[in-house]
Design a protein around this ligand. Structure first.
Ligand SMILES: [Zn+2]
Ligand SMILES: [Zn+2]
Length: 306
């Protein structure tokens, strides 16, 4: 076993695996482009099914005022999901941060600060790196972490709303043989696309069942990711910080130094500084002006980079 480990170490040292690692990273980047399109496709499908099949069908079970509220909430979630996803995907995290005297990154051939980590897929050092996300095809780090978090949080809430409010639709369309009604067997007053949708045999049923099950999967997986982020933000560190600073007492005390307290950590993360309000930074889909790395050291708050 030891000989095998030695052999692997030797192969790593002499660069035998470099082409394999490069090919894997290149594949990740190409796959990421495809997954971005997949996210747009899935979110469009969920929105279409919710607005044009589930909400109109739910008029059998729910009062009009509740459907109006659900429609408004759905539109709000959709707007936030699309906005924050676009921002998380297109705002690059601060790259190559560091100055002489910091640790040296051999791959970038440049200095990197304590809070930076080299991402082999993006092939650069990223400040405040949390992880490389294949779904946005870049790193989650300083500047786009807030958008990433608000994207996953809104997606979780949207999935929870579909699961809660759409259950009668799901149940009627899943057990179609014993259902009193379905979208295509009932004349619905407020279903603008009913004729077109019901022209395609089985489409409404497939869409409702698939939309509901997908929402369940998203709620568990993206909800878990959201909760994990809530924990990390509450203790003031990123996932990379957490991995790097776990184990020895020295590492744990270094991690404690990053923790400025629950309230301060969240205010810093969400950008609630200089009279910015919760309404502006969290409720409204807004971007905050990015801070250039060169000007970070002159700022009162060294972590003012989200
Ligand atoms: Zn680097
Ligand atoms: Zn990356």
């Amino acid at each position: 076993m030891n000989r095998l480990c030695d052999l692997i170490d030797q192969k790593i040292d002499d660069g035998t695996f470099v082409p394999v690692v490069d090919a894997a990273n290149s594949t990740m980047r190409q796959l990421g482009k495809f997954l971005v399109l997949f996210v747009y496709f899935i979110s469009t499908f969920l929105a279409f099914t919710s607005f044009f099949i589930i909400i109109p069908y739910e008029q059998i079970y729910k009062p009009a005022w509740l459907l109006v509220i659900l429609g408004i909430c759905g539109f709000y979630f959709l707007l936030n999901i699309q906005y924050h996803y676009y921002k998380a995907r297109t705002i690059p995290p601060v790259a190559c941060p560091g100055e002489e005297g910091d640790a040296f990154c051999e791959k970038c051939n440049y200095w990197k600060s304590d809070r930076a980590h080299h991402c082999s897929v993006c092939d650069k050092c990223v400040l405040g790196m949390d992880h490389h996300c294949i779904w946005i095809n870049q790193c989650v780090g300083s500047h786009n972490h807030r958008h990433f978090f608000l994207f996953v949080a809104n997606l979780t809430l949207a999935a929870a709303t579909i699961i809660t409010a759409g259950y009668p639709s799901f149940s009627d369309h899943l057990f179609i043989e014993t259902s009193p009604n379905t979208y295509c067997t009932t004349i619905l007053e407020n279903a603008p696309l009913q004729d077109i949708i019901c022209d395609y045999d089985g489409f409404a049923r497939t869409a409702v069942v698939f939309c509901y099950l997908l929402s369940g999967i998203l709620f568990v997986m993206v909800g878990g990711l959201t909760l994990w982020n809530v924990y990390l933000i509450s203790i003031g560190c990123t996932y990379i910080d957490y991995l790097k600073l776990t184990g020895s007492k020295k590492k744990l005390s270094a991690r404690k130094r990053l923790n400025k307290g629950l309230k301060a950590n969240w205010k810093n993360f969400l950008g609630l500084r200089r009279n910015r309000t919760f309404f502006r930074c969290v409720i409204l889909p807004t971007a905050l002006p990015p801070v250039k790395y060169e000007s970070l050291n002159s700022r009162p708050d060294a972590f003012d980079v989200v």
